[in-house]
Design a binder for this molecule. Sequence first.
Ligand code: SF4
Ligand code: SF4
Length: 260
Amino acid sequence: MTAQHNDVDTTQEFLDSMPELKQGEKFQFACHPGVACFNACCSDLRMPLSPYDVLQLRQETGQGSEGFIKAFTRVETYPNTNFPILYMKMTDGPARTCPFVSQAGCQVYPHRSAACRTYPLGRATRVDNGELVEQYFIIAEQHCHGFSEEPVWTSAEWLQDQELIPYNHFGDRYTRLMARAIEKEMVLSQKQLTLCLLALYELDRFGDFIQGVNLFARLNVPEEEQQRILENEEARLSFGLDWVELVLFGDNERLQVVNP
Ligand code: SF4
Ligand code: SF4
C-alpha cells in the first residue's frame, strides 16, 4: 500500500509510471531535519492504513479502537470485494496535514505506518499462482530533497532499516485474503464487512468478542495459544486473519472448527 498526494492517480497506475527498483539495484536517499523540505511530505495524503498500521498507531496514541478509528481514519471499502480499507484522516484547513506531524517532525515516528516507512519507495504486490510477487518503485517527487543525501540502499536494506518486515508480513496476509475473494468473485455483505472490521481493525473489541461468545470452544486453538491471543494484540491480529478466512471461505490452513 502506498501513500499518494491527493492530486495523484490510483496506486497501480501511479506506481507503473515510476521507475522500478530491481532487486540489488541501489538508490541514494536520506531524510532528516536538516533537509530544506523537512515535513513537506506529511500533508494532503491519501494514506492507507493496514490492520497492523492501525494497531501500531492506536497503541502509540493509547486510544481504544473505536475512538482511534473515529478520530484519525476514514473507513472506505475496496471496490471489487467490499473489504474494508482505512485511510488516515488529514486535518481540516487548507494545508490538510497529517494529524501527527509537528514542526519537530513525526510525533509517532516509532509507530508510523508502512507507507511512511516505505517512502520514497512504493511497494506493489500481487498473487501469482498462489505466490506473492513484490515490486519496488522509486517515487521521485520533485519537492523531495532526500535523493541528494547519502547513503545508498537496496530495497532489501531499506526494508530492514525501516523495520518493515512485520508491516509487510501482515499486509501481505490481508492481500492474500482479498486475492482469494477476487478469485471467487466474492463481494462482502455488510455483516461480513463488520466482522472484518472487528477482527482486523478493532482488536481490543475483538478480544472481548472472543471471550463473550466463547469462540475458542469451537476451534482447535491450543490453550497456551489462546492465552497469547487474549493477552497480545499482534497474536490476536494473526488469529483474526485466520478466523476471517475460515468464516468467509470455510477453511484455513491453521484453524479448524472442532465443535460445529
Ligand atoms: S505518520 Fe508521521 S511520517 Fe507519516 S505522514 Fe504522519 S507525520 Fe508524516
Ligand atoms: S520530502 Fe523527502 S526529504 Fe523532505 S521530509 Fe519528505 S521524505 Fe524527507
